[in-house]
Design a binder for this molecule. Structure first.
Ligand code: FES
Ligand SMILES: [Fe+2]
Length: 406
């Protein structure tokens, strides 16, 4: 927790969650509970959610708007920048409280945003966010550039799920292209047995996505898989269903494409929609799908317990149908009762259980080893899309964090 989650840039959320001064949400950075606020000067602040008096959690709400935060224990009050604003019965303390508490709530030392996504690091020093993200910035660019108004916003609530397993399992899985045929076999077969929907049923997006998980081996082998510094990776896309991929020619996307063309022109739109990515992983706490408007934040709770929050995004300026598709897609891949997600959670728990045995130490991550090729900008590409290169890359970053000098 300290060496990785205490050092890396962690994604916390999106600026649309704190649009106006006083808006805030709470989240975690490893073990720390933090409050992310929009201060009165418009800046984003990240405050440690621990009262400077005797340590109570100051803000208990998930999100909201507040002029100040009042600790429930003895009433100490803090501004949206964490500054100590008020101490009841001040005369009773041996020194002025501001002097005692370094001025209020502890501030997380580094905060930065990229294309509206909010990151912070608990380490005073380290690479800039730009350097940290490296070529992964293109995945965030892809996410935002797809919005006809050039901006995205979180919407539709948050799916939260937990599993009894280590946080690394979810990141290893999201670029694992061998598993769908096995882990998701039951939903692939169920989808194949679905009668064709008359007209466009709400469930259609989900059924189509489940069918795509059954893509033939050549498709997975030929899908691009890239890795970059700090443990990040991203995949090319494997979808060929024109109702799911806006770059293809389904009439369901006509209005959206027209809206995008008004901002980017025909060529610009083709370029943006032609950027086909599946999961992008920002090690150690984020996985997102720029093309499908989904972002997941991974919270380790214990060595064998992980919570994942899944956000859906609205492309501003896009027809409402796009957002309905986003939610339908989210229900099938991120929903707590999703027939796809539940398969993955089952296999994480089986893996955790298996690894808990004491008889063997090693796992085998050799698929594609030796076949990686340099892809420019410090990135490498797996020899095939089914390589385990992303897991080797994650463990290289893990080793670096774990062995770096404090
Ligand atoms: S612990 Fe917060 S006011 Fe005492
Ligand atoms: Fe899966």
């Amino acid at each position: 927790m300290d060496r990785i989650f205490g050092r890396a840039w962690l994604i916390l959320g999106h600026e649309s969650q704190i649009r106006n001064p006083g808006d805030f949400f709470t989240t975690r950075m490893g073990r720390e509970s933090v409050i992310v606020t929009r201060h009165t000067d418009g800046s984003v602040r990240v405050l440690v959610n621990r009262c400077a008096h005797r340590g109570a959690r100051v803000c208990d709400a998930v999100a909201g708007t507040a002029a100040e935060f009042v600790c429930a224990y003895h009433g100490w009050t803090y501004g949206t920048d964490g500054s100590l604003r008020g101490v009841p019965l001040p005369g009773g303390y041996d020194r002025p409280a501001a002097e005692m508490t370094k001025g209020g709530l502890a501030r997380v030392p580094r905060v930065a945003t990229y294309r509206g996504f909010v990151f912070a690091s608990l380490a005073e020093h380290g690479p800039s966010l730009t350097e940290f993200l490296g070529p992964l910035r293109a995945s965030f660019d892809d996410f935002v550039d797809r919005a006809p108004a050039g901006e995205v916003e979180t919407a539709g609530g948050v799916f939260k799920h937990a599993y009894h397993g280590n946080w690394k399992l979810v990141l290893e899985n999201h670029n694992d292209t061998v598993h769908p045929a096995f882990v998701h076999a039951s939903s692939i077969w169920a989808a194949r047995e679905q009668p064709a929907a008359a007209g466009e049923a709400y469930s259609e997006i989900g059924v189509r996505q489940m069918l795509q998980n059954g893509a033939p081996w050549e498709v997975w082998e030929n899908t691009g898989l890239w890795v970059a510094g700090y443990g990040h990776s991203w995949m090319g896309d494997y979808h060929d269903d024109d109702r799911l991929v806006a770059a293809l020619d389904h009439p369901g996307f006509a209005e959206y494409r027209a809206a995008l063309e008004r901002r980017l022109g025909r060529e610009g739109t083709a370029r943006v929609l032609g950027e086909l990515r599946w999961n992008s992983i920002v090690y150690p706490n984020c996985s997102f799908m720029s093309q499908f408007r989904q972002l997941r934040v991974v919270h380790p709770i214990a060595v064998d317990r992980t919570v994942v929050h899944a956000y859906s995004f609205r492309l501003k300026g896009a027809p409402e149908q796009m957002f309905r598709d986003t939610i339908a897609f989210s229900n099938v891949v991120n929903g707590t009762a999703s027939p796809v997600l539940t398969d993955d959670l089952e296999v994480y728990e089986r893996t955790q259980h298996g690894l808990g045995g004491r008889r063997t130490d090693w796992v085998y991550l050799g698929r594609g080893h030796g076949g990686d090729v340099a892809a420019g900008d410090g990135a490498f590409r797996g020899g095939t899309g089914t390589s385990e290169v992303h897991i080797r890359n994650q463990f290289a970053a893990w080793l670096e964090y774990m062995t770096a000098e404090a």
